[in-house]
Design a protein around this ligand. Structure first.
Ligand SMILES: Cc1ncc(COP(=O)(O)O)c(C=O)c1O
Length: 383
């Protein structure tokens, strides 16, 4: 239903959503309304979206294969670029197979519905990404949530279900930046005959010496976490997603995952760009090192300035504000000073937990981080 009063209420409550338009990009600098800003809200953590070799791979592929894939994978959309990318993702994650999806959102919807029967249980961390929560809600299964990272609560809810179920978690929580307690969740799943599904959209490429994400970080096997989802729109700098796991998992998804079956395959040029990016993030480990140096520098500087951060060691660094309107005021003021931060409000985060979501990149310079934090400290601590 169209309801202009509803829109008005959202505006009054500081909850209205709108987008800004970027007209030019130069690394972490972006031009909005004719003004250059430093971008602190992109998930392009390693700067791969503008890597010349990644751009070149997309261009070359589009020239020879065309732009669109023309069809779903199971009709005639599956090109050799997709096939090779799936093989390379399987190697990268150390899993028998991988399967491409058009977006992470679609991967999560499709996988959860395909792996949870009607009447079965889908159990999720309360702070999981919206696509995982929507996947649980839409799956037709019994959908429950446990308190954030609370193993005891997850155990009560899983054992009450007596027998199996799908236990689902973000690897790195997208709005908080903390890591899921994966070894304990893997234990819990195994003891209760449940299947653990990990969405590592924000860990892949960033965490682990090789960029293998939370699975590498915690040294987990495919038996510990049988279903792994990764996305390309973040550290890999392109677009799309994949699921990696056993032969049986992938063949099941091909037969059952509706968001795989009934949609056009990724443009092959994107698959080629992603292949190049996947190779480069392994070769250019300096990108990860520089990003982690920037994360350390950011935390140290925020502490020195008296800004209190949430507990995160990842590229996602939230600064809790609480009130929605105050958040929007602060965000607009720093934007006016040339820094673009994420302003995250309910329902993306719980009521009263509105926050600035600051994301760091390999390409940020320390003086840019300092200037942004000084501007924030002035606004928040001096007023
Ligand atoms: C944890 C997580 N999973 C999935 C997604 C969705 O991925 P995509 O943007 O490819 O749809 C996102 C964000 O976009 C995310 O943060």
């Amino acid at each position: 239903m169209l309801d202009s009063e509803y829109l008005e209420t959202l505006k009054q409550d500081g909850l209205y959503r709108s987008h800004k338009q970027i007209s030019e990009v130069d690394g972490v600098r972006v031009k909005v309304d004719g003004r250059w800003l430093i971008n602190f809200c992109s998930n392009d953590y390693l700067g791969m979206a503008t890597h010349p070799e990644v751009i070149n791979a997309a261009q070359q592929s589009a020239q020879t294969m065309g732009v669109g894939s023309g069809s779903a994978h199971l009709i005639c959309g599956h090109r050799s670029a997709h096939h090779l990318l799936e093989k390379e993702l399987a190697d990268f994650t150390g899993r028998p197979r991988a399967l491409l999806f058009s977006t992470g959102y679609m991967a999560n919807l499709g996988v959860i519905a395909a792996l949870s029967g009607r009447g079965g249980l889908v159990l999720e961390d309360r702070l999981n990404h919206a696509s995982l929560l929507d996947g649980g809600l839409l799956s037709g299964a019994r959908f429950k949530r446990y308190q954030h990272a609370d193993i005891a609560d997850a155990e009560v809810k899983l054992t009450a279900a007596s027998g199996g179920g799908l236990l689902v978690t973000d690897g790195v929580f997208s709005m908080d930046g903390d890591l899921a307690p994966l070894p304990k969740l893997a234990d819990l799943a195994q003891k209760n005959n449940a299947l653990l599904m990990v969405d590592d959209a924000h860990g892949l490429g960033v965490i682990g010496d090789q960029g293998g994400g939370v699975i590498e970080h915690f040294g987990l096997t495919v038996e510990d976490a049988p279903v792994l989802v990764g996305t390309f729109g973040k550290a890999l700098g392109t677009f799309g997603a994949f699921v990696a796991g056993s032969e049986t998992l992938i063949e099941t998804l091909i037969q059952k995952a509706r968001t795989y079956i009934y949609t056009t395959a990724l443009p092959p040029a994107i698959a080629e760009a992603t292949r190049t990016s996947l190779t480069l993030i392994q070769q250019e480990s300096w990108r990860r090192l520089k990003l982690h140096e920037n994360i350390g520098f950011f935390k140290q500087t925020a502490n020195r300035l008296g800004l209190s951060l949430m507990p995160s060691d990842t590229a996602i660094q939230p600064l809790l504000i609480g009130d929605n309107k105050q958040l929007m005021d602060v965000n607009e003021a720093v934007f006016g000073q040339g820094f673009w931060l994420g302003a995250i409000r309910p329902p993306t985060v719980p009521q009263g937990k509105a926050r600035l979501r600051i994301t760091l990149s390999t390409h940020h310079q320390q003086q840019q981080i300092t200037a942004m934090l000084e501007a924030l400290a002035k606004l928040l601590l001096i007023g």
